[in-house]
Write a protein that binds this ligand. Structure first.
Ligand code: 13P
Length: 258
């Protein structure tokens, strides 16, 4: 049984005071034990939030890291620095890092290797653009990103993969549950082929791209969708907590939709 992971990626949003206010509000909420909740704020809030979250059930993650352990890399942050701040997860290879900052699969697999070696769970992001989907290349692109992203990576006991179709990110147009499930099942089959059935069965695959409280339940009902990676809808504590509660608080959806 894979434990659900509901993760918020704040991207470049929230100054420290806003981050702290959010966290106080979210900590007042309750949710079932069967799901993990993760917040990935900007680096600037990690230290304060790690103190705020001491003893809390909310996990903290980073949005990026460098693959070298230390050295002359101006502006970069290492795995040890993230561990020191209590980060359990790190998002790697997000499409914004690939597209805006030119990250390629070689850089990304070096980061994945370092994160695994250091004991931070990488969330490896993959996903096709709208042109690639229209051209019928979705599986080919995802296969390349998964297999190159995991090149020379032998042990993926603690890895999470996030399928985030680029065309669904921040657009309000989410993949349908069927579209997402098809790719998730394909990713699991790739992991089965490269590693083993046991590893594939254990791997958590998140969906990301315009997830909100109204569509999360149907997405999460799919067999191979084990959680969500949420941008915009993770910025508001009320909205995010409704999203976390997707399968038990039907009423919150109707409020949301009014
Ligand atoms: P949105 O939920 O805003 O579409 O962003 C998704 C995302 O990129 C999460 O990493």
């Amino acid at each position: 049984m894979r434990k659900q992971l509901i993760a918020g990626n704040w991207k470049m949003n929230k100054v420290l005071s806003e981050a702290a206010t959010f966290m106080i509000a979210l900590q007042a909420k309750h949710w079932p034990e069967d799901r993990e909740v993760l917040i990935c704020p900007p680096f600037t809030s990690l230290h304060a939030l790690s103190k705020e979250l001491e003893g809390s059930k909310i996990f903290l993650g980073a949005q990026n890291m460098h693959f070298k352990e230390n050295g002359a890399f101006t502006g970069e942050v290492s795995a040890d620095m993230l561990l020191d701040l209590g980060c359990s997860y790190v998002i790697l290879g997000h499409s914004e890092r690939r597209q805006v900052f030119g990250e390629d699969d070689t850089l990304i697999h070096n980061k994945v290797k370092t994160a695994l070696k250091k004991g931070i769970t990488p969330i490896l992001c993959v996903g096709e653009t709208s042109e690639e989907r229209r051209a019928g290349d979705t599986k080919q692109i995802v296969k390349m990103q998964v297999l190159h992203g995991l090149e020379e990576v032998h042990d993926i006991e603690d890895l999470v993969i996030a399928y985030e179709p680029v065309w669904a990110i921040g657009t309000g147009e989410n993949a349908t549950p069927q579209q997402a499930e098809e790719v998730h099942a394909y990713i699991r089959s790739l992991i089965y082929g490269k590693y083993s059935k046991r590893v594939a069965d254990k791997l958590r695959i998140l969906y990301g791209g315009s997830v909100n409280p109204a569509n999360v339940k149907e997405l999460m009902a799919q067999e191979d969708i084990d959680g969500v990676l949420v941008g915009g809808s993770s910025l508001d504590a009320e909205k995010f907590s409704k999203l976390i509660m997707h399968d038990v608080s039907e009423n919150s959806f109707s409020t949301e939709n009014q």
